[in-house]
Design a protein around this ligand. Structure first.
Ligand code: IPM
Ligand code: MG
Length: 362
């Protein structure tokens, strides 16, 4: 039997609730599709930090290295500074395992109304965010702390290799979709790194004459995403631009609670990590009202990455049916609880799966 070892890191806030929901659903899916999942769950996060002084075990990265994939909930809590919690858990995993692609699809789903007053047409796009360098760098420092002349310097690091490989990923992906890449730049204001970004992206584009590349300054791109989101297919952005744009694209389709993210090492030398875009939402943690769909859609990306494409498609179909049926948690304006949505997905999946199996047998 095909089998995969999955490391689960539920983390903080609503993370444990959404990861538990995903494990429940994936248990049903794996049995139905004939593969096995072996779970190692690690209770790392802010509680761990307050107890031990570190966000994860000292050999945490070694523990994760043996996994086929990592399923992460959320990281962060108000009483622990974000730069401590995130740079102690999430960011080290992305970097150590060279998960240089952050893959963030955003799609209009029947049953979820976006916030725009006018219907701008269906959105179906993917943000491809560079995930290991750029503006998220540790190079810099604080000087003259507490003095009137205190200053902070933070250097953005862009490498040819880093830009080239993320651009290639975006162009390859566009080939499997509608053949368009929108590259986010800001070379009119940021005069060293962004012209370099543009040059390297254009060089890569020359290898893809069948893919249309359009360059947008990121501010204009943000405006266009609101005015005409349907025009976009693959959006390629640096670490910071991709971060900001992917919250915007998730919000545009009404789905911060639904939006998924894959942190992917396409070389497969290391495990990739799958997590919802939303944060740990401490205000609603422990109430059983968190939306599990972001975690479930991230699990769909994980199944795709593992090569379980039939399972991935069926699970995504089930998620979409549940959304369309209006079984919504409060973030989507409904009254359903985490468990209601989770059970509805399982029921919907199982009903279709039985139908498909019956169809195959007859
Ligand atoms: C995300 C988050 C993180 C990021 C934060 C929490 C460090 O916003 O995954 O988009 O900026 O990468
Ligand atoms: Mg973000």
């Amino acid at each position: 039997m095909r089998g995969y070892r999955i490391a689960a890191v539920p983390g903080d806030g609503i993370g444990p609730e959404t990861v538990a929901a995903a494990r429940q659903v994936l248990g049903v899916v794996s049995v139905a599709e004939g593969f096995s999942l072996a779970w190692d769950e690690y209770a790392w996060g802010c509680d761990h930090y307050l107890r031990t002084g570190s966000m994860m075990d000292a050999d945490g990265l070694e523990k994760l290295a043996g996994a086929d994939a990592i399923l992460l909930g959320a990281v962060g809590r108000p009483d622990v500074p974000d730069h401590v919690s995130l740079w102690g858990l999430l960011i080290p995993i992305r970097r150590h395992f060279d998960q240089f692609v952050s893959l963030r699809p955003a799609r209009s789903l029947p049953g979820i109304r976006g916030p725009l007053a006018a219907d701008r047409g269906p959105v179906d796009l993917v943000v491809v965010r560079e995930n290991t360098e750029g503006e998220y760098s540790e190079v810099g420092g604080r000087f003259h702390r507490g003095q009137p002349d205190e200053l902070a310097v933070q250097e953005a690091i862009f490498t040819r290799r880093g830009i080239e490989r993320i651009a290639r990923y975006a162009f390859d992906l566009a080939r499997t979709r509608r053949g368009r890449v929108a590259s986010a730049t800001k070379s009119n204001g940021i005069v060293h790194t962004m012209p370099f970004w543009d040059e390297v992206v254009a060089e890569v584009a020359a290898d893809y004459p069948d893919v249309e590349l359009t360059k947008y300054h990121v501010d204009a791109l943000a405006g266009l995403l609101v005015l005409d989101p349907a025009r976009f297919d693959v959006i390629l952005g640096s670490n910071l631009f991709g971060d900001i744009l992917s919250d915007l694209t998730a919000a545009l389709v009404g789905g911060i609670g639904v939006a998924p993210c894959g942190n992917i090492d396409p070389t497969r030398a290391h495990p990739s990590m799958f997590e919802p875009i939303h944060g740990s939402a401490p205000d609603i943690a422990g109430r059983g009202t968190a939306n599990p769909l972001g975690q479930l859609w991230s699990s769909v990306l994980m199944l795709e990455h593992l090569g379980e494409t039939t399972a991935a498609r069926r699970l995504l179909d089930a998620v979409e049916r549940v959304v369309a049926a209006g079984i919504h948690t409060p973030d989507l304006g409904g009254t359903a609880r985490t468990a209601d949505v989770t059970e509805a997905v399982i029921r919907s999946y199982a009903t279709e799966e039985r139908g498909a199996a019956g169809g195959r047998g007859s």
